[in-house]
Design a protein around this ligand. Sequence first.
Ligand code: IPE
Ligand code: IPE
Ligand code: MG
Length: 256
Amino acid sequence: MTDSSDTDLLNLTRLPRHIAIVMDGNGRWAQQQGMVRTAGHKAGVNSVRNTVEACARYGVEVLTLFAFSSENWKRPEKEVGLLMDLFFTALHREVKRLKRNNVRLRIIGDRSAFSEKLQKRMASAEAETADGTGLVLQVAANYGGRWDIAQAMQQIAADVVAGKVASEAVNEQLVSDYLSFADLPNPDLFIRTGGEQRLSNFILWQAAYAELYFSDVLWPDFDIKALNAALQSFANRERRFGKTGEQVRIEEKREE
Ligand code: IPE
Ligand code: IPE
Ligand code: MG
């Protein structure tokens, strides 16, 4: 736990409503210490816990964590198996803590590929935290940005065929409405740890206007200091959304 002085460094008036994180670098972290890659995934769970609690404390509305991509099935069977086991135990073990922190858990992604047992556990963890009114924690599992867009297209096509949606009505807003977490604000801040600077097929559509922040810190080492550095960087940025800097500053002055 950390004390409230952590927040003194932050400009909390410019806090992102929604933070999305590609939690990368577990394997390299473990290998650097002469351990097997999977030890890094285990260590990464602590960073998840600390990040969730810090975001809940700061008043962030949504935190979306990339835990397993649609492409991660290509990893060695043993590593995939360990990740599934870890998922299963973490879902069970962390629920109490999530409830204590008033967090509502949601899993996004194609769950149909997971075992029955894991799917059940996902559903029960979501149900147990459904009353949470604080931070919404979204865990992306077997998630891919292209999968999300394709599943939206499939639903739209079905609704067009069924006569519920006119083809002329398909516009950006309508597509957004069919994507995962359409009911939540889009991510404002997109963090990737582990030094790599790519999206790896994470929330492609929803991150269209997110501020990108890349950190060399490997995920198991991602602590409150590293999170605060990302938040500080975000607070210092000017988001223009296509306008000029001058326009944005005039609007901000008016709002004051
Ligand atoms: C991210 O860490 C966790 C998952 C993809 C599940 P990695 O396992 O990709 O770690 P590196 O990139 O190999 O270090
Ligand atoms: C992205 O990390 C997926 C997760 C963090 C869950 P990867 O380590 O799988 O990404 P690539 O393969 O290096 O792009
Ligand atoms: Mg990686």
